[in-house]
Design a protein around this ligand. Structure first.
Ligand code: B16
Ligand code: MG
Length: 221
């Protein structure tokens, strides 16, 4: 039995700190309806943590025709324009329940904090919710070549925190995100849809539970 000291928390963004996952769903739904492609919340769950381009490929699995690269490009822009429009409505009070309290508790205990998001809109979102300067490091869709379940985004976040992966926990709402955290040798905490992933080390319903896991320390087999 070894004791692991956690020194950093890496937060996924969409679906963990803010419900932009709903905006993604609505924007993809508009595109799918325009193209007469079946799309529902079950398919949407497969898009969590996955890059924009890979998300489109998943949606097109149900399409009845082939699309050219330039048509796909147009679809990506169509979706992102709708998504960005909804982001302009985001406000500080859209931060999800208990994040602010958790943030204060982690700060008081000198736990470093980072964002590890696949989104290329990360900085825009953080600005809207007034958290641009809140994190010690940010790694996002503009930094990576491989999207979750590849650990790249979390490894970059850990490096920018100056920590080893083993010293970090990741909090994720995406199955792909939990797989990425484990592939990167980190502790993985699952919330919402990610609780369905059998690789998660912890499953929580409330963000404040992260404080117990991290500050209390924990034993690992
Ligand atoms: P964008 P996360 C991910 O963010 C979303 O979960 C995923 O649905 C989205 O396709 C991806 O970001 C890319 O987002 O189109 O804004 O670049 O969950 O990793 O914070
Ligand atoms: Mg997410």
């Amino acid at each position: 039995m070894t004791m692991t000291t956690i020194k950093g928390v890496i937060f996924d963004l969409d679906g963990v700190i803010v419900s932009t996952d709903e905006f993604h769903y609505k924007a993809w739904k508009k595109l799918a309806d325009r193209e007469n492609i079946p799309f529902d919340k079950t398919i949407n769950n497969r898009l969590r943590g996955v890059s924009r381009a890979e998300s489109l490929e998943i949606i097109l699995e149900k399409a009845k025709k082939e699309y050219t690269d330039s048509q796909k490009q147009e679809m990506l822009e169509f979706k992102n324009d709708i998504y960005k429009e909804s982001l302009s409505e985001l406000k500080r009070y859209d931060i999800l329940d208990n994040f602010n309290e958790l943030y204060e508790q982690l700060k008081e205990n000198n736990i470093k904090m980072a964002i590890g998001s696949s989104s290329k809109n990360t900085k825009r979102i953080l600005k809207q919710i007034e958290l641009s300067d809140a994190f010690d490091a940010i790694a996002d869709g503009t930094d990576i070549t491989r999207s979750k379940p590849d650990p790249e985004v979390f490894l970059i976040a850990a490096k920018r925190l100056g920590l080893n992966p083993e010293e970090c926990v990741v909090i994720e709402d995406a199955i792909a995100g939990i797989e990425a955290a484990k592939a990167g040798q980190m502790t993985a905490i699952a919330i919402n849809d990610a609780k369905n992933c059998d690789k998660a080390d912890y499953r929580i319903d409330n963000l404040l539970e992260i404080a117990d896991i991290v500050i209390g320390g924990y034993n690992e087999e």
